[in-house]
Design a protein around this ligand. Structure first.
Ligand SMILES: [Zn+2]
Length: 282
């Protein structure tokens, strides 16, 4: 995939009208069906409003209605630019950086940041073939506070199909009774499941999976194909990002950070620029 640069962006979206035109064409690829006329008719944009009007009856269509842009006073090009910025780097940018780049208040930047995040939420994947399942801990102890997990860290559980997609979620605990329903919901029977030595995975075979285990303690890191390098690669990406860019992540927002990283990971091989993938979800 060619990298989608800031020049590409400015060429494709020189102003608010170009953004609105893109949105209209995206939502109505075969033309706008006028509700009053009951069919596809020609439409023209009103000069001062983000509205298209039917050439036959004058009925209005609002491309922004039902999108994250609908109730915002921020110009559309600013929104598109924010989405571009959040997709342009491998590990994303913070709300603070967004504020600087857009020249808006922190409150506005923060709100945009979280709304764009909602477009990057993931839905559970169905996995088969070779699947790696693993757990890690994110975050650190807060001064004077004792949290759940190891020293105030939050456990995160992840599954990845090799060459495929990742699912990861912040958990309240890593008990077998919590994790097995997730595994059975997402991993098809007869898959080969690779794990570390954590004892809850002992029961995988009795659930119909072929189980291969990495013996980290025996210092046998890679035993043939018995490794969990794929999911560990995702963990290191996630940890680097959270520690490097976002600093202190509150538990409440941890899942949305994880989703953002999973989204990036799962779209890493897309043909179209990630920017347009995110925009396609508005
Ligand atoms: Zn009409």
């Amino acid at each position: 995939m060619e990298k989608y640069t800031i020049n590409d962006f400015n060429k494709q979206f020189p102003n608010d009208d170009a953004c609105l035109e893109w949105l209209k064409t995206y939502l109505h690829p075969d033309g706008i069906t006028c509700k009053q006329c009951g069919k596809v008719t020609g439409h023209s944009k009103l000069s001062k409003l983000p509205v298209y009007s039917c050439n036959r009856c004058g009925g209005h269509t609002h491309p922004m209605s039902g999108t994250i842009f609908e109730h915002s006073r921020t110009p559309l090009k600013q929104w598109f630019y924010a989405i571009f910025l959040m997709s342009a780097t491998r590990c994303g940018i913070s709300a603070k950086q967004l504020q600087r780049e857009l020249g808006v208040t922190y409150k506005t930047a923060w709100r945009m940041f979280h709304q764009i995040r909602t477009l990057m939420q993931s839905t559970p994947h169905t996995m088969s073939g070779e699947v790696e399942v693993d757990e890690c801990y994110i975050g650190g102890p807060k001064p004077g506070k004792r949290g759940r997990g190891a020293g105030g860290k939050t456990p995160v559980f992840g599954l990845v199909q090799r060459q495929g997609d990742v699912d990861a979620m912040a958990m309240a605990d890593l008990r077998a009774s919590t994790l097995y329903p997730i595994i059975k919901e997402r991993v098809l029977p007869d898959s080969v499941v690779y794990t570390d030595e954590y004892n809850i995975y002992d029961r995988l075979e009795s659930h119909g999976y072929s189980h291969k285990r990495v013996r980290h303690h025996a210092k046998i890191w890679v035993l043939g194909d018995a490794h969990t390098n794929t999911i560990e690669g995702f963990w290191s990406l996630l940890k680097r990002g959270i520690n490097g860019v976002y600093h202190a992540v509150s538990q409440k927002y941890l899942q949305s950070y994880i989703d953002e990283y999973a989204f990036r990971y799962n779209h890493r091989k897309d043909e179209q620029p990630m920017f347009l993938t995110i925009l396609g979800k508005v």
